[in-house]
Design a protein around this ligand. Structure first.
Ligand SMILES: Nc1ncnc2c1ncn2[C@@H]1O[C@H](COP(=O)(O)OP(=O)(O)OP(=O)(O)O)[C@@H](O)[C@H]1O
Length: 735
């Protein structure tokens, strides 16, 4: 029988034993790295640089194999941050007396025997999957806590007590030790304490769509990131060549998670906030949020029709300008608005606007030729040539069919009348909200090329437009030359003023960067238009999609679900639902759960793994006393938790609370661990202590209403305080 021991002597003895092995690993790695480097320096061409990493060019000798392996290992080791726990973190002792070490990367000795197994290798699986009910041949699972190359602690689990081995069992479990540690500003990897149900999602097959569901704090994000590292390990050639894209809600979130993959030895993944996804074709990104109503309209699928109609509406459609006239042999040939409209529709039915100019010109010439009287003698070729060389035709084409950039087209929605014409499916309020969101483009100071005005929701619309319009032609300047040299200068200038030729960067035929695997976090907030944007980045890719509809800030989750179903289509789909909350103590989560089940009875409610015995503190103040009340709560919390403190406010109070915190000398003393955010900005993040300011206003100001308050209430890892300002209506949800 095994006895759990916490004797200091025993612990030190075991640490010394493990240290000896860890030393051996580092010694071996250093020798192998040095030899790999010297081989490389001698100019032996065994590595070929590809898109992001290094791949072995061809089969080589066993020595080369080992050196290439060491080189890879060294390269991955180089990206492990010193602040992260060391390279080796686990060990399993098996019933056949084998001891297997698990680490962030694999390392072998001079005889090619494994000293450490990469955590993603099949041989490491029992480390994560073995349970006392199903020990998988594992007697003892040990987690080593290292700081760089020094072992500083151990935690054991006894998985099979039926054998008579004499293995000592130390500590009280690695998971609890990991969960109670104070949180910093960035997410940590969980490679040493991945739980069974999480491991299944991490190691799910590459193909199709893998959905990771579950309530707040169940490890969805961290699991998805480990899955990305796992997929890179098992499908390296395909994924390094094709690329892996990780998309999250904001830059703050991307900064929060950016260390996880490097700490697992992976540095070849592209991380982008949703507002940056289309920077490949637009050359810009955005963090700016629209007001709730405009954001909702812009996210909805009705925008597809709006944008298509917008593209079909010529820039100049007043009857006087919308005509073409040329004179050949004294005959005036012309086409009116209706005839031109038919040609336009015919061209756009066949091709994209920026690709259709040649065809449009051909059809215009052909229609003009049909108008030429039969009784005047001229060969078809000559007639064609005479029409074509007419300066006014070139001028007309430039006005009627200019190359268009996406920004120039979207900017047209700042005109409420035009918006009313192209947005027939929207009601009056929606149309107003849409057009007014572009008010910054009205008047002389508005400039569509000005990147700062576009919002996160606009980025998906602009991407849609790039796909409707097609890439800009190679050399727009050429057209401009023809334009200016043409006949009637006054008319040219007027039209030119109206049209302002685009000089945005040229893009190739399929301008979007595509990826082999796309991982989308906080998928419940991705609007239908954003799903379409993402799908263009992965027409052939496999997907990992993380989300919890109960935390959605988009008001029409059904529409989002439909868009997601469309994206998945007939692809294989598998769903993993995480059931344990590792973040919040049960006292905190119980309160949040009561709130959400009132409005969203289908919410996935995970079981909290920890309890602290400390109930959330519900407080209230009037707006005049907000400063004093908040200050008191923050000072109190700062004394009680050692890690980060998050102040979560409604957008309307953000500035005021930021100023209060920055302006207060006593609060400034711990500014490095104090963060003021809105509930939307807090998505996916966590803090040891949380003060939720004005819950009623959080509900009021967010399109997702109570679901957004639920996000705020589920961010704390230790303590939660709510501070009502003037009203406490939300407390009705607790009864
Ligand atoms: N197996 C584990 N071992 C240690 N820590 C874990 C484990 N699983 C999850 N955690 C921790 O739990 C916290 C919550 O994880 P994560 O942010 O991934 O949850 P989530 O489901 O994405 O939450 P949300 O839906 O609120 O965004 C993190 O601090 C994470 O490191």
């Amino acid at each position: 029988m095994k006895v759990l021991t916490n004797s200091r002597e025993q612990l030190e003895r075991e640490i010394a034993l493990e240290q000896a092995h860890v030393d051996r690993v580092y010694d071996n790695l250093n020798v192998a790295t040095a030899s790999a480097k010297s081989l490389a320096e001698q100019g032996r061409d065994i590595y070929r640089s590809d898109r992001i990493g290094y791949t072995r060019e061809e089969d080589s000798t066993a020595l080369f194999e080992r050196d290439a392996f060491a080189y890879q290992a060294a390269r991955r080791l180089a990206v492990l941050d010193a602040e992260h726990e060391g390279l080796v973190f686990g060990r399993i002792d098996l019933t056949d007396d084998e001891a297997r070490y698990i680490g962030r990367i694999g390392v072998r000795d001079e005889d090619y025997e494994p000293l450490v197994i990469d955590w993603r290798a099949p041989a490491a699986e029992p480390f994560y999957r073995a349970t006392p009910a199903e020990p998988m041949g594992v007697i003892r699972r040990r987690v080593l806590r290292c700081r760089d190359d020094k072992v500083i602690g151990l935690e054991d689990d006894l998985l099979d007590s039926s054998t008579d081995s004499a293995l000592p069992i130390i500590g009280e479990g690695a998971l609890m030790a990991a969960l109670t540690r104070a949180r910093g500003r960035t997410m940590r990897d969980i490679v040493a304490t991945i739980q069974g149900e999480q491991d299944e999602a991490i190691r799910a097959p590459y193909q199709g769509v893998t959905i990771i569901a579950g309530g707040p704090g169940t490890g969805k994000t961290v699991v998805a990131l480990h899955r990305a590292a796992y997929l890179l390990y098992t499908n390296r050639a395909r994924l390094e060549r094709g690329g892996v894209l990780v998309v999250g809600p904001s830059n703050v979130f991307m900064n929060y998670i950016e260390r996880v993959l490097p700490s697992l030895g992976e540095d070849s993944v592209t991380l982008k906030a949703i507002g940056s996804v289309a920077s490949d074709v637009l050359g810009m990104s955005s963090e700016r949020m629209d007001a709730a109503e405009a954001a909702t309209v812009k996210g909805s699928l009705s925008m597809v029709g709006v944008l298509r109609r917008l593209v079909r509406t010529p820039l100049i459609d007043h009857p006087e300008a919308l005509r073409v006239r040329v004179t050949v042999k004294g005959e005036v040939l012309g086409l009116d608005a209706a005839e031109l409209g038919r040609i336009r529709d015919q061209v756009l039915a066949q091709t994209k606007l920026n690709r259709g100019r040649e065809l449009a010109l051909k059809l215009v010439i052909s229609a003009l030729k049909d108008k030429f009287p039969d009784d005047i003698e001229i060969s078809p070729e000559e007639l064609d040539e005479r029409i074509r060389e007419h300066a006014s035709l070139a001028m007309f084409m430039n006005a009627w069919w200019p190359a268009l950039s996406a920004t120039r087209v979207l900017a047209r929605l700042s005109d409420p009348q035009l918006t009313a014409r192209v947005a027939k499916d929207l009601d009056g309020d929606e149309r107003r909200a849409l057009s007014d969101s572009y008010a910054w483009l009205r008047g002389s100071e508005g400039d569509a090329d000005e990147v700062s005005g576009w919002s996160v929701a606009d980025i998906a619309l602009l991407d849609e437009l790039v796909s409707i319009l097609g890439p800009m032609p190679e050399d727009p300047d050429q057209e401009l030359d023809v334009f200016i040299e043409g006949g009637d200068v006054a008319e040219v200038l007027t039209t030119a003023d109206l049209l302002r030729f685009e000089r945005t960067r040229d893009v190739e035929d399929d301008p979007q960067t595509t990826y082999a695997h796309i991982l989308v976090d906080e998928g419940q907030d991705v609007t239908p238009m954003q799903w379409r944007m993402l799908r263009r980045r992965g027409p052939q890719s496999s997907w990992t999609i993380v989300g919890d509809p109960a935390q959605s800030s988009y008001p029409f989750p059904d529409e989002t679900r439909k868009a997601l179903d469309e994206l998945i289509g007939r692809a294989q789909r598998r769903t993993f639902t995480m059931s344990t909350n590792y973040r919040s103590p049960s006292e905190v989560f119980d309160l949040a759960a009561r709130v959400i089940t009132k409005v969203y009875p289908d919410a996935e409610l995970p079981r909290a793994v920890r309890s602290t015995g400390i109930e959330p503190k519900l407080t209230a103040t009037g707006s005049d006393d907000l400063h004093a009340a908040l200050r008191t709560e923050l000072l109190d919390l700062a004394g009680k938790v050692s890690g980060t403190i998050g102040v979560i406010c409604p957008p309307s109070l953000l500035r005021e609370v930021q100023l209060l915190v920055m302006g207060d000398e006593r609060l400034r003393a711990f500014e490095d661990r104090l963060i003021v955010v809105t509930a939307l900005q807090a998505k996916g993040l966590e803090y040891d202590g949380v003060v939720v300011v004005a819950p009623d206003r959080i509900i009021e100001e967010a399109p997702g209403g109570v679901r957004v308050l639920y996000v705020a209430l589920t961010r704390a890892t230790q303590r939660l305080v709510t501070l009502d300002v003037d009203t406490s209506e939300w407390r009705g949800l607790l009864s």
